[in-house]
Design a protein. Structure first.
Lengths: 48, 530
């Protein structure tokens, strides 16, 4: 019984960890895009 | 109010960097104080002191500022606090680790490798590629699997993936159209064969081993396309459960980590060039981040291997929509009900398609307009040129005499080439892109190696990387170094352990087959350089 419960908790943990990958990927991509372009513009304005 | 939000860690890390920078500044950034100069001389890093100084001062000042702010006023739940103030302690710690690894650990291993060469018979640091990228990842792995990631560092470590993506987007500015055209056409053929081949192979293995169809589906996307993000994109169309994803992520990480450490060593041992290795890494390594890591471990000084590897990686990511559709059809055919009708493939494609790839393409398009090219600089082929007259660009008098002898011999029969070489003799340096092409062609009219070198040198002397590109390259390398240490901190034994049973068997068989076949093709059939 205890083993079953432990296995179920472990499975739940694994599922949660896996599903966390789904979250916020889009926002992260957009943030990366904005920062990369902002830095590129900064470089152009300061060094060109 | 969370305890992690009031941690003094950011302040401590910031102050260490700031004090180090100020110690360098005490005399002159270029000439550090005696004891530091001794260390720099021993490590052969005296040329990097100026960069060390600016990195330490700027990052130290920013981290100290936020560290003080966090101590005085704990961060709340605003967007700014979540994105900047809360992660700063973890971000600062990773920057500090990257700093130590780049300016101290890598040089120490280089010196030790050389010192041990007479006894060992080989330079172990060079053979195993113990550079700051590899050492950073290893430190990250050791850190997370021993002391673990404290609460105050967690949100900072999560920004590693963001940094990698910023690195890839910025890399878009480093390609010329010529390079992209050449590498692009090569990558499309290779990637199409390997992506589709691996997906079909995994589907077949799944059938033979009787694994659940959703698990087979996500495994095939992950092993065929670009690792975890492909598995995530394919999950909805094959109705994958959390447990399928957990197995797949564990397996992808396991096979990816093995590839990350073995590819660069094998590549170096067989003497691959940057085109061969970049193509192999971009095809054979599973995860996008590990492709960048392997390319940088193989060649941390220039970004040529990284450029090739990322083109291959991005090409395979562009295959993602095709694979999602293939898997949706495959899954629907195997189900009693036509499940594909219940999943909106279009919506899945739009929602899961990685925007950073579009960012990379946009950055390339942006740089193709010439916006990064300052006055006096010209992009020609894959190189930048600056033809403004300067003494250091001039060909030496005795070399010009040798060139004159060639002209006098009458061997240069092409009138255009002849005119270009005569102009070189008159101006002492190359002055236009058209002339540089013709001067390089002059090598075809002689067998004298010295003369060939003179023409090559005349071209090299007018090549110059604009300061804008130099700066972008520098911060891009920091994004990658930062991202890869963070990546190491996410490689936990606990996650790898998830790769159990049939998923691991399929992963090892498919991953090894893909790596071995792509190695043979890249090594035997890809010739020449970029």
């Amino acid at each position: 019984m205890a083993e079953e419960k432990a296995a179920s908790t472990e499975q739940k943990e694994m599922e949660e960890r896996a599903l966390s990958v789904f979250a916020s990927e889009r926002k992260e991509d957009l943030t990366a895009l904005i920062i990369a372009f902002a830095l590129a513009l900064l470089v152009i304005f300061t060094l060109k | 109010m969370n305890g992690d939000k009031r941690s003094p860690a950011a302040l401590i890390v910031g102050l260490i960097l700031l004090i180090y920078g100020l110690v360098l500044k005490r005399h002159d950034a270029a000439i550090p104080p005696g004891y530091l100069l001794d260390v720099a001389t021993y490590l052969k890093t005296t040329k990097e002191v100026v960069t060390q100084f600016s990195v330490a001062i700027w990052s130290g000042a920013i981290i100290t500022f936020f560290g003080l702010w966090n101590l005085a006023m704990p961060s709340m739940n605003s967007k700014f606090d979540k994105m900047v103030r809360t992660p700063i302690a973890g971000v600062g710690t990773i920057i500090f680790l990257a700093f130590i690894t780049r300016y101290y650990l890598e040089p120490i291993f280089k010196v030790w490798g050389k010192n041990a060469e007479p006894n060992l018979g080989f330079d172990f640091a060079a053979t195993f590629g113990l550079n700051y990228i590899l050492l950073g990842i290893v430190i990250g792995i050791i850190w997370v699997n021993t002391i673990g990631i404290p609460k105050w560092m967690q949100s900072g470590v999560k920004t590693a993936r963001l940094a990698m993506k910023m690195g890839v987007i910025s890399l878009g500015a480093m390609y010329s159209l010529t390079e992209l055209r050449y590498m692009g056409s090569l990558s499309i053929v290779m990637v199409a064969v390997f992506v589709l081949g691996t997906v079909l192979f995994v589907l077949l293995l799944g059938r033979i081993m009787k694994t659940p169809r959703p698990l087979t589906g996500v495994l095939s996307a992950g092993l065929g396309v670009c690792g975890v993000s492909a598995a995530v994109a394919a999950a909805p169309v094959v109705k994958a459960r959390g447990i399928d994803m957990a197995y797949s992520i564990g397996m992808l990480l396991l096979v990816g980590v093995v590839g990350l450490f073995t590819f660069p060593t094998i590549g170096r041992m067989v003497g691959m060039n940057e085109l061969q290795f970049g193509a192999w890494a971009g095809t054979g390594i599973l995860n996008s981040a590990q492709v960048a890591a392997a390319a940088l471990i193989f060649d941390p000084k220039t970004i040529e291997t990284l450029k090739v590897a990322e083109i291959f990686n991005i090409t395979r990511i562009l295959f993602l929509p095709v694979i999602v559709i293939v898997l949706a059809i495959w899954f629907a055919k195997g189900e009693e009900e036509a499940e594909v009708g219940k999943v909106n493939i279009g919506r899945v494609l739009v929602e899961k398609f990685p925007i950073f790839v579009i960012g990379f393409i946009l950055m390339f398009a942006f740089s193709s307009t010439g916006i990064f090219t300052p006055k006096n600089y010209e992009l020609h082929g894959k190189n930048f040129y600056n033809f403004a007259p300067e003494e250091k660009k001039e060909v030496r008098t005795r070399d010009l005499k040798k060139v004159q002898e060639l002209i006098d011999s009458g061997n240069v029969t092409n009138p255009e080439v002849r005119a270009a070489v005569e102009k070189l003799i008159a101006d002492r340096q190359v002055t236009t892109t058209a002339q540089t092409d013709l001067v390089l062609k002059a090598s075809d009219f002689t067998d004298d190696k010295k003369l060939k070198d003179i023409f090559k040198d005349a071209d090299k002397k007018v090549q110059a990387t604009p300061p804008t590109i130099k700066m972008m390259r520098e911060y891009m390398m920091w994004f990658f170094a930062f991202g890869l240490i963070g990546l190491g901190m996410q490689i936990t034994w606990q996650t790898i352990r998830q790769a159990g049973g049939k998923a691991a068997v399929i992963g090892v068989i498919a991953g090894f087959t893909k790596a071995a076949l792509s190695f043979l093709i890249c090594w035997l059939f890809i010739k020449g350089t970029i």
